[in-house]
Structure formats: C-alpha cells, structure tokens
Design a protein around this ligand. Structure first.
Ligand code: F6P
Length: 361
C-alpha cells in the first residue's frame, strides 16, 4: 500500500490552540500511522505562491507546540481562492489552479483548520473540484452552529476576565466607569461569559441593541448605594438602539467589516447623560494572542486526533465538532451555515439578569 500523504493548513483569524491541533494531527498521523503530512503556509495561499510554500511536518518539527499561541503554518483572512483579490480591485477565480496544485503535490486530501469562511471554501473545493477535505472548526468568537465550543474561546474569555479584574481595582480606586471593549462583531459570547465571570455591572451585546438610559440607571442606582464605580463590557459589534453600527466600523476587504468604536460610542452616550468619569479599554488582539488555557489544549488535541481518525476512515467532507460533550463530526455542507448568535432566551442571559447585570434591553 502506498504511503498516505495529507495536507494541513490554518485559515482565518488565529486562535489559541491552532498549534495544538497541528501537533495532535502530526503525532497521530505521522508519528503513529506513518503518513506524510504537508503544511501549506498562510491558509490555501501556500499552494498558490510562486515558489510554493509547502513543507513537511514531522513529530520532531512539531515539538513544543502544545502551549504555543498563533500558528506555525501562518494564516490569513484574505485571499479567497474563488474570488482572489486583484490589484485593480476586481477578483479572479483561482480555485481550479488551487485544485491542480493540491493534486500535483500528490496529496490525498486536506485537513482544513479554520472558521466558517475557511470551512465554506473547503466545502466548495470538495463540491466543485473533488478535493477531499476534513474540517476542524476554530474561532475565538465561538459562533459556529455545528459545535458547542471552538478551541480558543475560553482562552479569550480568560484574558477578558483578567482584564476586568484589573479594571475593577483601578475603577474602584478612582470612582470611575470602566468600559472594556472585547471582540465579537456579530456574536457576543466573549462579552457575555467574561462579563458574568468578571462581575460586570452592564454588558452590551451585538444581539441586543441597547438603550443607554438603562445603563445610566444602573450606574445611578449603584452610586445611590455608595458604589461609585461601575464596570461595563461591550462587544465590538454592540450598538445603541436605532443605530446600524458603531462610528468606528469600517469596511475591510470584500464584504467583511472591521468593527470599531463600540466602547467610545457608549462612553459618549454616558457622558451626555451622567456626570461621571469614564475610561475605555479596547482589549483587541490580546484576546487572540498567547497560548491556550488547558481546556483549549485538550479540546484542540481531541479535535486533531478526531480529524486524523476521519481521514483514516476515509470520512471526507466532514467537520470535527463537540456536541453535548461528545467529540464527533458533522457533514461540512451542514456545518457552514449562519453563525450561532446569543439568543436573548439563552440561560446565561437569564443568569446575568438574575444577578443584576444590566443588558441595556
Ligand atoms: O472572527 C474572530 C475575530 O477575532 C473577531 O472577533 C474580530 O472582529 C476579528 O476576528 C478581527 O480580525 P482581524 O484579525 O482581521 O483584526
């Protein structure tokens, strides 16, 4: 039997745990099953670059990866091979060229680690060009419908919670309102979990456009009780009622949006209504950088091993997932659907309200 040769790549924004997945695939695939594992640099781009950027991954070259943040393969959230951006602002379909490059690298198929955009590209490559793929979901936003959790999410929540703990002490010392802006353009999971974990007084989510007056009421009530400071968590996609988005939001690339200004927008709304000193901290990519916490190391390892098992069984076209605590998989076509947003009826929303957190709506 010929030796199996499998490609692997990471696409979209990075997330703590990507390297742990790569390590697990290489340990199992190359170390135990004797496969050749070929990494493509910067998502699918490694196949399209001249010269190509493909390199073999071995258990030795993947040593020390479990706790390392980022991705040794590099990644990008630009450069869809089906709509490759051209210098004149147009786009060109390079998917056939990509499929030919994957075949000429003698790869049986690819393990594609990425978010919804990357998984959609992978599913399309399989559907339109017959390239075999297995997906591994990732996003710190935790907004993929097909899986209960993605690795990286809890690491991001940990960073955001620590930031809140730190803001807490300085807010208290100075009698200030501290606003922490966290990631989440359309889904407010990081804001919700970190807000509950860090004892926020108010949380603003993209899914619940807020009335600033409700936040002001909460702050006034706290002050009336002698609590002169308040902590607010704002997801970057949060916005006041009646507004489509925050002032600093800009278009970035083809159809995607870079959120910005949610914290400042809320700070201005508070300043118009309250005599209180407010400071805004934008946590930004600190939430994505750095190594994964133990939960994410374990989940990433489980995902990597499961992806390898799918390849071993020839179960192409499936994406790894965790559902009800059980690691398994789902058809990729079924997985690449609308993002999972925070439902106003979610039990954690009820918990937040029950401990007095104001959600602005
Ligand atoms: O999708 C993950 C995410 O972290 C979003 O929460 C955030 O808006 C976006 O990526 C930022 O991406 P970039 O790396 O392009 O700034």
């Amino acid at each position: 039997m010929t030796k199996r040769r499998i490609g692997i790549l990471t696409g979209g924004g990075d997330a703590p745990g990507l390297n742990a997945v790569i390590r697990a695939v290489v340990k199992r695939g190359a170390g135990q099953l004797g496969w050749d594992i070929i990494g493509s640099e910067d998502s699918f781009n490694g196949f399209l670059m001249r010269p190509q950027r493909l390199f073999e991954l071995t258990p030795r070259s993947c040593q020390g990866l479990l706790h390392r943040g980022g991705t040794i393969l590099g990644t990008t959230n630009r450069g869809d091979p089906f709509a490759w951006p051209e210098s004149d602002g147009g786009a060109r379909d390079r998917s056939a060229e990509l499929a030919a490059a994957i075949r000429s690298a003698a790869l049986e198929g690819l393990i594609v680690i990425g978010g919804d955009g990357t998984q959609r590209i992978a599913a399309r490559l399989m559907r339109e060009h017959g390239i075999k793929v297995v997906g591994v979901p990732k996003t710190i936003d935790n907004d993929l419908t097909a899986t209960d959790f993605t690795f990286g999410f809890w690491s991001a929540v940990e960073v955001a919670t620590e930031a809140l703990d730190r803001l807490h002490t300085t807010a208290e010392s100075h009698d200030r309102v501290m606003i922490l802006e966290v990631m989440g353009r359309t889904a407010g999971w990081i804001a919700l979990y970190a807000g509950v974990a860090g004892g926020a007084d108010c949380i603003a989510l993209p899914e619940l456009p807020y009335d600033p007056e409700r936040f002001c009421e909460k702050i006034r009530a706290r002050r009336a009780r002698g609590r002169q400071f308040s902590l607010i968590v704002v997801a970057e996609g949060a916005r006041p009622k009646g507004r489509e988005r925050s002032s600093g939001t800009v278009k970035h690339g083809r159809g995607s949006i870079r959120a910005g200004g949610a914290g400042q927008t809320l700070a201005r709304a508070l300043a118009e209504r309250l005599d209180v000193e407010t400071r805004v901290t934008v946590l930004g990519h600190l939430q994505r950088g750095g190594g994964p916490i133990p939960f994410d190391r374990v989940l990433a390892t489980q995902f990597g091993v499961e992806a390898t098992a799918l390849v071993e069984r020839g179960a192409w076209g499936r994406m790894v997932r965790v559902a009800g605590g059980v690691i398994g998989s789902v058809a990729m076509e079924q997985a690449a659907v609308e993002p999972r947003l925070v439902d106003p009826g979610h039990p954690l929303i009820a918990t937040a309200r029950a401990v007095g957190i104001e959600l602005g709506a």
